[in-house]
Design a protein. Structure first.
Length: 164
């Protein structure tokens, strides 16, 4: 088994390979330049099995995070420039649920959130991708700083701060 990573993440790749080795797989590392990595793992002809992948939303909503990657349209075989899902995942039932949740988002966001949570549980059960980390931010603020505001996507909102 080969663990694919962009070269700046080689340390994380070595760790992932060691974990795979410890559970009985014979893993090796394949570190690529940042410029070539994503095109390679998004190309189904590469047959990448394990690798680094991450994404961020334009705004904190499953419609911007889950659907673009895990909808059937997110994977186009042998077309790295059109694909957003390196796993090649496609489940027509989940796809239909995502369409319903997206339509519901505009009229009943609470009901849509319940449906998105169900979709996320189904995705976790099928495991087209296995989460290994989740970014966490810590901000230190001096006593003289006021009006600290944190946004889940952008972090501390610097334009909102004031200093005594």
């Amino acid at each position: 088994m080969t663990v694919w990573v962009p070269a700046p993440f080689a340390q994380q790749g070595r760790y992932m390979a060691s974990v795979l080795d410890s559970i009985g797989f014979r893993a090796r590392l394949k570190a690529l330049t940042m410029e070539s990595y994503f095109a390679k793992v998004l190309d189904s002809r590469s047959r990448a099995q394990v690798g680094y992948w991450g994404w961020a939303a334009e705004f904190p909503s499953p419609i911007d995070v889950v659907q673009p990657v895990f909808a059937c349209a997110g994977f186009v075989p042998a077309s790295p420039s059109l694909s957003r899902d390196p796993s090649g995942f496609c489940d027509r039932e989940i796809d239909a649920q995502m369409e319903r949740a997206a339509a519901l988002q505009a009229v009943d966001s609470s009901a849509a959130n319940v449906l998105w949570q169900q979709i996320e549980r189904e995705l976790l059960f099928q495991a087209p991708m296995v989460p290994t980390s989740n970014r966490r931010s810590v901000d230190f603020v001096a006593e003289g700083v006021g009006h600290y505001a944190y946004h889940p996507q952008w972090g501390v909102l610097l334009d909102q701060l004031w200093v005594k």
